[in-house]
Design a protein. Sequence first.
Length: 128
Amino acid sequence: MDRARRLRLYLRLVEATSIPLAALVALYVLTGYGMVSEALRPLGLSYAVSARIHTSRELRVLLVALAALHGYPGLALLAHRRVRGEGLRVALEALALALTVAFVALCAYAELSSSYRLGGGRRGWARG
């Protein structure tokens, strides 16, 4: 794929993921406040409702997917728009890809660990 086509694809991915990602982040912030404050109770965000939404596996997976689909192309676009040297651009794009893969792998491990107790030890992360 040539450079111009790749950059157009990156821009489309960033645009397509920006609003859903912003909405999901706002939901996580609001439900976080719903778990520690009663101020959002009139909106239906009691502790129980907020905790159920905030800890939803489906929303976590969606957040990680959106963050990866938004983050990598966004960083690659920044590198291509702001960095002059072609070698440095390629290196920064490779670094962005490596960071994205590491982020997704870490989140996948954490998700699988919580589901299948891969980390060993007792249930949960509180020891003692």
